[in-house]
Each structure stands twice: as structure tokens, then as C-alpha cells.
Design a binder for this molecule. Sequence first.
Ligand code: PHE
Length: 453
Amino acid sequence: MADLPSNRDSFGSKFGVIAATAGSAIGLGNIWRFPYVAGENGGAAFIIMYLGFIVAIGIPVMLSEFTIGRSAQKNAFGSFRKLAPRRPWYLIGLMGVVAAFMILAFYTAVAGWTLEYIYQSVINGFASKSPEQLSGMYDSFIGGTWRPLLWFFVFMGLTAAIIMAGVQKGIEKYTKILMPVLLILLLALVIRSVTLPGAEKGIAFLFQPDFSKITPSTVLEALGQAFFSLSIGMGTLITYSSYIQKNDNLGTTAFSVAFADTFIAIMAGLAIFPAVFAFGIEPGSGEGLVYITLPNIFQQMPGGYFFSLMFFVLLGVAALTSTISVLEVIVAFFVEELNLKRKAATWLATSSVSVLGIMCVLSSSSMSDFTIFGFTVFGLMDFASANILLPLGGLFIVLFVAWFLGRDKVKIELSNNGSLKAGYIPLFMFIIKFIAPLAIAFIFLQGVGLINF
Ligand code: PHE
């Protein structure tokens, strides 16, 4: 810890770094988005592409964020200001903080739903309900006012409580417990799912490559999923890596986190699709798959009461270790740039995000008619962050490291202590100078509809 500024908190162990960073990456994106998107976009063909993007683009972007964060040891905004004084690069950091507000608002709304579903699992609320009734139950829950709001605030409160406790005593302490729990729950669910009679069809749906389903838009879909899933493009990893000690290996961290994130996504697919097909259900879309189809499956399967409880606890845990990483982006910014105490910063961040969050929660009820550019507030936060701010942020992050910081700085962070073997630096530089920016520009142009395949 000697070489870190003494007033700054830091991660205390290698495992803590991995647990926290993997905790950020692994979230709702892996457990309901990945399985569905992969299944619908050619299964194995999509997965092969996705893996390629994780390795060729995701890891380089991740290493770029790590380079920035650890060399500057500041929040996302402050890092750019420190590394490029009097240059406008800090706007990237500012954009990241804005993205954090937006993501936290709608993500916590969805995360709150998992608490309702944990509650329903506990009281056995899905028992002997028809698919129509379960779908009605979901609609009337998200269409309500007080219950979704209550769960939103409970989830926000949990997130804030962990953040207030600090980096080592909050983030690190809880992710070190929660991530192994998540893994155990998921493995139990996978075993249950793949041993159901008829499970093979679900496995085939997920793993049988169907290259005819690959279109240019599928390719971009895979790239976009890689981006969102690894939590890259908005300074989450700049912030987290600013707490990583100088002797920690950034290369292994990036590879382990990318591996864990991908492994969990595939496991989630294996937990969901075999069960979906075993019960002869059509794989539905995103939200529906988790909140309507799965309760339907659970209430028909032996031991369903426990598996339902396990699944929604798992989803809540995965979401929580992601929401804390998003809140930390804002809190670190408030602490270092506004000179606030951590507690005050957390209160300020939580209450201001909540204003937006309330609008996201009410987007499926009283505010459903309130639209901006044709989006509800929820839809806008989702669209603008994922399709605009993340790709744009990621693009500028790699450009900053490749063209402004340059090879020598990269060498110091990534290779002097053996993190990335010096021989790989030219390859890494080539990727972040050309390949990654071009690929990300593609997602962005597609996302805002400037190019359309
Ligand atoms: N990676 C998280 C998930 O897959 C979401 C996230 C995006 C978290 C951006 C932090 C920053 O659910």
C-alpha cells in the first residue's frame, strides 16, 4: 500500500480485486440478456463471435481503462484531468459519470423487481398459476406504483450501505462473499436444469452453431453485448483500478474477469434454456424470460420452491455487485472533485439518482405516457447509456490511451511489473490504435442508426 496516496482507500487482496471487478461485470446483462440474445442469434455461432470480441476488443478496452485508472489513482473524471491537464479529455470522464447516473436509475429499477420475486418465491406465490396468470402477475406488479418503488428504494439502500462502508470494508468485503455464493447457486441451477428430461433441446438451442443466422447486425449485437457485459466504456473500471495496488497484475485481472464474465453468461444459458425446453415452452424475450417463463417452470419442477428462491437470490446478488460498481463511479467523483465526505457523497449520489430512478420505475405505470424522443424515461436511460454513451466512452478511452498516453505509459502500467509481457505491447497498441476504435465506431453508428444493416 506504500505507493498509494495514504488518504485513499484501496483493495486489500488480489482475490478482492477479482471479486469486485468480476462482480461489476457479472450482472443482469449475463443472466437474462446473454442467454436470450445468444439463443436468438445463432447460439454457438453467436457465442464464438462473442468470445472473439471479448478477447480482441473487450480485454484491450479493459486494459486501457486499467492503465488510466491505476496510473492516475483518481476517479473517472479526475483521472483524465490528472493525465491530460488543461486538455478536454476529462469530458470522457464526465460522460462516464453521466452514464453512471442513467444506468443506475434504470438498472436499479429492474434489480428491485428481483426483490419482489424473491418475496414471491418465499411465500410460494407462483404455485399452481397458469402461464397467463404469471404473466398477469408480472404486468400488474410492474404496472403498480408503490411496490416497485418500495423495492427500488430497498435495492438502492443496500447499494448505498455497501458503498458507504468504503472500498475495502464495503465493496471488497461483500463481493468476496457474494461472488462465491453466486457461483454455487448458479452451478446448482445448471445441474438441476441439464438433468431434466428433454434438456438436450435447450442445450442444442444454445450450442448448435447456426451460421445462417449471422448477419451484420448480429455481429454488432455480439460486440455490444461484450461491451455492456464487461462494464466497459464509462469509467467503472477506471474507478476500480484506481484502487488496485501497484504490484498487482492488471493483465491477469483482465483475463480472469473476462473469463469469469463469459463463463457465468454461458452457465446462465445452461441454467435457463434446458429448463425452458424441457417444459416445452417457447423461449420468450428478455424480461419475460426471467420473470414470467421461469416462475412457470419453477412451479412445475420438482424442488421448484427452492430453485425459484435460489434463482432470484442469484439474480439479486448479481445485480447488487454491479449496482455498487456504478454508484462508486459517482461517489468517487463527488468525494474527490467536490471534496465531500464519503457518507455525504453517497447520500447526494443516491438521492439524485433516485429522482431519475423513480421516473424509471413509474415508466411502466403512471409515467408510461410521458415520452421523450418516443422513449419512456426508462427506455431513454437504457437506450442512451447502452447505445450511445458506452460505445462513445469506450471509443475515446482507447483513443486516449493509444494516441495520447502512448506506448511508454502503457509499458509502465502493463509490462514493467510483468503484467503483460513486453512482447505483446506492440500487438496491444495496434489493437487499441486501430482495431478496437473501428469496431466500436461501428457499434456506435449502428446504435444511433447512422448506418443500418
Ligand atoms: N456489466 C453489468 C451487467 O452485465 C452492467 C454494467 C454496465 C455494470 C456498465 C457497470 C457498468 O449486468
